[in-house]
Design a protein around this ligand. Structure first.
Ligand code: FES
Ligand code: FES
Length: 134
């Protein structure tokens, strides 16, 4: 099965690979695994005091679609509020990358990872209540 060109682009030139210091209070870390295949994705966001994501980094131990999904996600969340980033759906990622049905769970991993990173940041900062300033 051939990968689509957008998947290949992100797979061969992944954006924002790396990690931030987990202990930094401006960083939210999401670490999730895919039960279907055992792959693991770590996604981190750096958030400013307006609740806007300034940067994201990822490390993914997984297939090309999982790497491409996380790479795309780090680009999408940049400049978004936590609220907005939390609304990104795996189906948006799958559609953008034209993932075939057997690879949909790879994009689910990315959605789970950003949600986990946001939850971690909120928990750390105790900002659960006041991030919805829309
Ligand atoms: Fe490992 Fe799909 S089987 S990423
Ligand atoms: Fe499992 Fe891609 S994350 S096959």
């Amino acid at each position: 099965m051939a990968y689509g060109s957008k998947v290949l682009d992100h797979y061969e030139n992944p954006r924002n690979v790396g990690s931030f210091d987990k202990a930094d209070p401006t960083i939210g870390t999401g670490m999730v695994g895919a039960p279907a295949c055992g792959d693991v994705m770590k996604l981190q966001i750096r958030v400013n005091d307006q609740g806007v994501i300034e940067e994201a980094r990822f490390k993914t131990y997984g297939c090309g679609s999982a790497i491409a999904s996380s790479s795309l996600l780090t680009e999408w969340v940049k400049g978004k509020t936590l609220e907005e980033a939390g609304q990104i759906k795996n189906t948006d990622i799958a559609e953008e990358l034209a993932l075939p049905p057997v690879k949909i769970h790879c994009s689910v991993l990315a959605e789970d990872a950003i949600k986990a990173a946001i939850a971690d940041y909120r928990k750390k900062t105790g900002k659960d209540e006041n991030v919805n300033a829309a």
